[in-house]
Design a protein around this ligand. Structure first.
Ligand code: EPU
Length: 443
């Protein structure tokens, strides 16, 4: 369900005909610029959800701070509650969790199907309870997202799996250490194996592990709980199992969200102006910043974040998505929105999710000149897009529609807002505060 984030249209609204609004929650965006001011970058969705799942490992009272106000956090809270943990989201930016150890290691379908990160309870519950039953995880609409690497890794550590039509069950009295080499540095599989390995007997080594800042954040959280982990942020993770009574609850500040930060960079890029992104961590997005610089953006690292200055017009640059430290697939939709109005032609190659191009049709509806060729998108920049009604099919696609709307003459009306709410903490309010003509409408 959509939650209201009322915003006031900024002064200097260009006027014009406002189209009839659809009979559902929507966002309208009009071409505005330049943007000026400060945007506080919230904590990372793809970290906090994993931290919450990892709290299943040990009893006690946890406090997570810098938590984004997004729907996925509420869903993960409901999932933990269904398992037997007490969770409070009352204070802005804070999640309080009390794990009393009375856990039912079953993750029900109605919650699991709503977020991909529900798969992250698999490792902790198996390690903690010795068995787990999980409905098959849901997530975004960009193709099948198998969990074979999670399963193979846990099997190597001694788990036995049983598969039903729409669920998976795993059993392991006590997991043991293993040498595991991933074919691909999967984020979710790395997280599940690290959390499962903290109680395993002996040492678990994961080769070709994912290196994302959110993985480092999870490892730091686990170490603060008493786990023994070396190599966080490198492609070899070594986890020495500890006894259950060596792990305890802790407090932890969630790492800032590099994908939300990139979304505000993209907004500034197409609208023009200068933004200060408070809390942004340039070190976590070096490759993307370098490519944005190629496109004409200027950056200045500040003690408390990042200053972003847009050129008069962006230049095109080719982009290929890769696991970290490469350019994340999650940046790609907003980058394509930028390229849609850049000078020149760019080839964008998707190497992680071949199906993650569905939103291109929506950008084309706004006047973008994009041709799809296999897992490459050829984007020929046009001077200006034209507003239309478009649908957000997933979280990042929704953000791309908002960015594109800032570059479009007239009004862009975006439906499917519930996807944006899953991962963006008040995108409308934050953009409106720096001068964007953007409004959220409840039905
Ligand atoms: N893969 C397999 N088998 C596996 C695991 C992954 O084939 O067992 C494949 C996937 O199908 C995909 C690729 O490996 O083609 C990458 O998957 P990965 O496991 O790295 O991704 P994930 O953990 O499922 C997380 C984020 C995604 C983000 C990817 C890549 C969360 C909840 N999700 O997914 O974020 O795109 O890493 O960086 O952390 C989003 O936030 O909008 C989002 C989709």
């Amino acid at each position: 369900m959509c939650q209201a984030h009322p915003t006031t249209p900024v002064a200097g609204h260009t006027g014009g005909v406002t189209p009839e609004l659809p009979d559902e929650c929507c966002i309208t965006v009009r071409h505005t610029g330049p943007l000026h001011g400060e945007v506080v970058v919230p904590g990372a969705k793809n970290s906090v959800l994993k931290l919450m799942a990892a709290s299943l490992l040990a009893d006690g009272a946890y406090e997570l701070t810098n938590v984004p106000a997004i729907v996925d956090v509420s869903i993960m809270a409901d999932l933990l509650r269904a398992i037997g943990v007490r969770v409070w989201l009352d204070e802005p930016g804070i999640v309080t969790i009390i794990n009393t150890g009375k856990l039912t290691p079953v993750a029900p379908f109605e919650l699991v199907e709503r977020i991909r990160a529900s798969i992250n309870v698999l490792g902790p519950l198996l390690a903690r309870c010795g068995h787990v039953r999980l409905s098959m995880p849901g997530g975004d609409d960009f193709g099948t997202r198998p969990i074979d690497m999670h399963i193979a890794g846990l099997e190597a550590m001694g788990a036995t799996f049983r598969f039903g039509d729409d669920y998976v069950e795993a059993v392991a009295e006590r997991l043991h250490g293993a040498e595991i080499t991933f074919d691909f540095p999967s984020v979710g599989a790395t997280e599940n194996l690290v959390t499962a390995a903290v109680f395993a007997k002996g040492v678990t080594t994961i080769h070709n592990a994912a290196r994302e800042p959110e993985i480092i954040d999870l490892c730091e959280f686990l170490v603060a709980m008493g786990a023994q982990i070396d190599g966080a942020g490198t492609s070899t993770l070594r986890i020495r199992g500890v006894e259950r009574d060596q792990m305890h609850a802790c407090e932890h500040e969630t790492v800032p969200d590099r994908i939300q930060a990139a979304t505000y960079i993209a907004a500034c890029a197409v609208a023009g102006g200068e933004l200060e992104l408070l809390n942004a961590k340039p070190a976590h997005m070096q490759m993307a910043l370098s490519r944005f610089s190629d496109m004409g953006m200027e950056f200045e690292q500040l003690p408390y974040g990042l200053r972003v200055t847009a050129p008069d017009r962006l230049r095109s640059a080719d982009i290929a998505t890769l696991p970290y430290p490469g350019i994340a697939t999650d940046y790609k939709p907003v980058i394509i929105a930028m390229l849609s109005v850049a000078e020149g032609v760019a080839i964008v190659t998707e190497n992680l999710y071949p199906g993650r191009f569905r939103y291109l049709d929506e950008l084309v509806r706004l006047g973008a000149d994009i041709r799809l060729d296999g897992h490459h998108a050829i984007v020929r920049g046009v001077p200006r897009l034209v507003g239309a009604q478009v649908v957000s099919h997933d979280i990042r696609a929704g953000a791309a529609m908002v960015v594109a709307g800032l570059a479009a003459e007239g009004t862009t009306t975006i439906t499917g807002v519930h996807h944006i709410d899953r991962g963006y903490d008040d995108l409308v309010g934050r953009l409106s505060a720096v001068g964007a003509d953007i409004t959220r409408h409840e039905p």
